[in-house]
Structure formats: structure tokens, C-alpha cells
Design a protein around this ligand. Sequence first.
Ligand code: G1P
Length: 277
Amino acid sequence: MIQKCLFPAAGYGTRFLPATKATPKEMLPILTKPLIQYGVEEAVDAGIHTMAIVTGRGKRAIEDHFDISYELEHQIKGGEKENLLKEIRSLISGCTFSYTRQVEMKGLGDAILTGETLIGKEPFAVLLADDLCSHEGDSVLKQMIEVYEKYQCSIVAIEEIESHETHKYGIVAGNLVDETDDTYRVTDMIEKPDPKNAPSTMAIIGRYILTPDIFDILRKTTPGKGGEIQITDALLEQAKQGKVIAYKFKGKRFDCGSIDGFVAATNYFYTNIKKEK
Ligand code: G1P
């Protein structure tokens, strides 16, 4: 079983400056909920209740968000606004949150390795909160856990992108294993290639299930694209042994690390809420 979800949340969010000057990018809201809360809710939907968050300097608002605010609770107690805290309260009481800091920004691979102390020696999920996913049936993470249970190796969620966008993602190549569940055995993966070097247009989105041997591989992984330690490079080592499955998830993803994606997510969630009312 996958019991823990790691949230790399140390990045600066420079694309959203000045909003992210004093506010963590993971705390930017889509409607009334911060991005990281959507992520935690997705993990809970997948049956995970242990959240491991890799933060950095200036990220304390995340810890405060997943904690009781006595003054505020006292102030709104008994009034109709109390209801607005219902969802976050149930996350706080139903989950544990632990934190560790990435001291230097050395890439996603380094952030995941920093989280080893919170994960230990078990398979775990990784969720990048700025990839916001919506779903009609099971959440993306829940779908991935089912795939993990079948293949018992690392799993990456993928989607088809336009060929001019390959420089924004880890791109995988693989052989179809099972078309009924849209799974591919990964044979190659490259972090943010130019379109002419991209092995396909299948892009990794911010959802991973990783087996714990990834930590030893990450320790040996040298800086790659952008001079950073890339999870894509570490996963390639597992892929060479046939131990990475790419899964075309069912659902919709918004890149909330970009302004276009953020606005699209806001409109989408707003329209859905209107429909529900
Ligand atoms: C990271 C990964 C990349 C992946 C992407 C998904 O990049 O390095 O392989 O495709 O997340 O969002 P980032 O968006 O953090 O630059």
C-alpha cells in the first residue's frame, strides 16, 4: 500500500512575482482554496493520510494552513462562516503533516531526496501542487495506485502535449503494455528536450509513485538540465531495468505554475461550482 505522499514545495514561484514574494506559490488560491490543499485532498481521495512536505525559506504559511488557528476559530464560532473551514478542519484532523527543508534549490530530484527522512524505505507518491488535476471518477493519484498495485514499480502520469511544448516537461518513450489501462513500459526519458530531440510527445505531469530505491539512485545522480538534479534522470536508471511504467491518466490537468493555466483552472472550477448550485 502507498501510505505517504511527498509534496516538493520549496520552489520560488518566480513566474508569479510579485504575488510570490512573501507568499508561497503553493498557497495561491484557485477560488478559495490554496493549490496545496487541492493536492492534499487528492492524496486523501487516494487513501493516503501521511503528508510529507519539503519546504524552504519563506514557506511557513503552508505549515500554518494545516494547523488550527485558535483566534480565527474563536471569532467565527457559531456563525455561518464557520462552515468555510469545514474541509480544511477535516484534513487537519484526518492527516498528519510533517516537514523538512530543502536548504539549497538544487532541483526536483534533490527536493525528493531531501524528503527521504520523512518517507523511509517504502514506496510513496509525489504530488507537485502546481499541476492541479480534476477528475470525474477516481483522482489521478488513486488511478496511479491501482496501476502500481498491478506492476509494483515506479509509475509516472503522462499526457499527450503539442510537439512545440516538449521543452517544458520530462518526455518519455515507451512500449504499450496494456491498452485497456493505457500503460507503457518506459524505455527512455529526457528532461525538457527541444522538439527535435524529443523521443515522443508524452509528457510527465506532476504525479509520481516511486519505489524507495530511487533515493540511492538520486544520491548518485549528477546535475542535469539547468544544472539541477532531475528526477527524470534518476527515473531513467530505473527505466533501463524495465522498472518504470507511464500511465495516461483520466482527467484534466491545469499547469497552475503558468498564468494561462492558473486562469484556466480558476474559470473551470468557477464554472463547475456554478453548475452545482
Ligand atoms: C517538473 C519535472 C518535469 C515534469 C514537470 C511536470 O518540472 O522536472 O519532468 O514534466 O515537473 O509539471 P517543473 O515544472 O518543476 O519545471
